[in-house]
Every structure is written in C-alpha cells, then in structure tokens.
Design a protein around this ligand. Structure first.
Ligand code: SF4
Length: 263
C-alpha cells in the first residue's frame, strides 16, 4: 500500500510507485543530498512497500511507542567520502525503524563500534537518526533500500533498486577510492551498479570472499577503485564467530588505509 504523500499527480516514471521511477528519479539528481531525499519517496516495489509498513505495526515491547521510519533508507555519511560500506538492505526493526543505515540493530552496533575504534565514527553506539553520529571519510549504503521479508529481496527488487546505488556511486566517484562490501548479496548486487556508474569490471567477475581485494581499472575518467570483501555483520555471523570484531576491524582498517583516510 502506498502512502498518500508518496503519490505524484502524474503517472509513469514520475510516479514513485512506478517501476521506472528509480531510474528516472536517480538520473535527474546531481547531488547526494538530493538523491538521499528523492530515494525516501520511492515506492516502486509493492511487496517491500507493504512489508516496510507492516513491520512498523509489530508493536515489539522494546520499541513500543516509537514511530517507525517505514520508508526507503538513504545513504549515510559525507558526500566526499573516499570509503563506501555496502550492506544488503535495511533491517525491519533496525534502519526501517530509525531511518538511518545500520542504526537500531546489533549488526549496526558491531559495525559502528569497529568504525569508532578506528576513529572513523564519532561514537560507538548508534541509537537513532538524531543521536549526533558523524562519520569521517566513510559513507554507508545498500543495494536495496527497503526492508525485505526474511532479509531476502527478490532479484527483481534488487534490479529495480539498482539505479539508486549506481547514481550514488557516480556522485561519489570524484573522491571514492575503496568499497567494503558486507556479504555475498551486496557483492553481487554491487557489480552491475559499478558498471552502470562507469567502472570497468574484470572478466570473469571476481567472486566474493572474506578478505578478497579487487582493484578496478579506470574507465570514463574514474580513479581506480579497490573493493574489499567482508562477511556481513549479521547477528548470525557475529554470534557464531564467523566474523569476529578483529576480522571486521582488519578489513575496515585496510580499506581506510587504501582510501587515504588512515595513515
Ligand atoms: S527497494 Fe528500492 S526500488 Fe524498491 S521501493 Fe524500496 S527504494 Fe524503491
């Protein structure tokens, strides 16, 4: 179900509920601030629109009385960031609740704590969108901007959402030097977005792995870009020890050094 204020007067690509909206709207944006504002109006995936709004009414005791964001979540971090962190999609009671990437769930707690330990986040404990958190040289984004059921977007939803990330990459390109990709879904979804944004991809496309590092060559005047694979900071990976705080910190540190934001 779409909200009344999501609707434009016109149909077609100007209608946030039209599948063509992400491509048309993202292409029209020339600033990251504009892109961040525009994506929050998107309603192109009916299943995800229904889910993000349904989860706002779960009435979980921990969040009782809180008003959920229940919209697409924009990127977070400075518009001239040399390092981008790419996840999967907002969590139903995390970013879908708070409206800020990786904020409001345990995955985000682990990630922000690691960034804070490296001096790249102003505080270790993300609480809410208005908690004063700032990032230094780092931006966060995801290939799907609405919370999906079971954290699993469909291939069609992933593809419909791609123009938002591709445009974000294009607008970040003047300063972007490294990308840390959390998990195989993000890795696979990022590749076509990078190609759309103007980078040349190796053939065959590199496979995801924790600790993988791939350098993309220049194309269309883009600077070279280093991709770093890292297991996702999901509760399961952290709980089972598949991803330890040290493993996460090592990848972030290597990427920050390569991006020139750590000595
Ligand atoms: S997942 Fe992306 S394309 Fe789909 S409704 Fe959300 S913001 Fe729009």
């Amino acid at each position: 179900m779409r909200r009344r204020d999501d609707l434009d007067d016109s149909d077609g690509p100007n209608d946030p509920g039209d599948p063509a909206f992400p491509r048309a709207a993202a292409a029209a944006e020339t600033s990251l601030a504009g892109l961040d504002a525009r994506v929050t109006r998107c309603a192109a995936c009916p299943r995800l629109v229904a889910w993000r709004e349904e989860k706002a009414h779960d009435d979980l005791p921990a969040y009782r009385g809180q008003r959920y964001w229940a919209r697409p979540v924009p990127g977070f971090g400075p518009a001239d960031a040399p390092l981008l962190i790419v996840g999967l999609a907002p969590a139903a009671h995390g970013a879908n609740r708070t409206g800020r990437m990786f904020t409001g769930d345990r995955s985000g707690d682990v990630l922000f704590a690691a960034l804070h330990a490296l001096g790249l986040a102003s505080r270790p404990d993300p609480v809410a969108a208005d908690d004063g958190m700032t990032l230094r040289g780092v931006r966060m984004s995801s290939p799907v901007r609405c919370a999906p059921p079971a954290n699993r977007p469909t291939p069609a939803e992933r593809d419909t959402c791609r123009p938002w990330l591709a445009r974000e990459l294009r607008l970040l390109a003047p300063t972007l030097r490294t990308v840390v990709v959390l998990g195989a879904f993000g890795w696979q979804a990022l590749m076509p977005a990078l190609a759309e944004a103007g980078w040349a991809l190796p053939r065959p496309r590199p496979a995801f792995g924790h600790g993988t590092r791939v350098t993309l060559g220049q194309r269309d005047g883009q600077a070279r870009l280093d991709l770093f694979g890292c297991y996702h900071v999901s509760q399961r990976n952290v709980f089972t020890g598949r991803l330890t705080p040290l493993m996460l910190r090592e990848v972030l540190e290597a990427a920050a050094e390569a991006a020139g934001i750590l000595p």
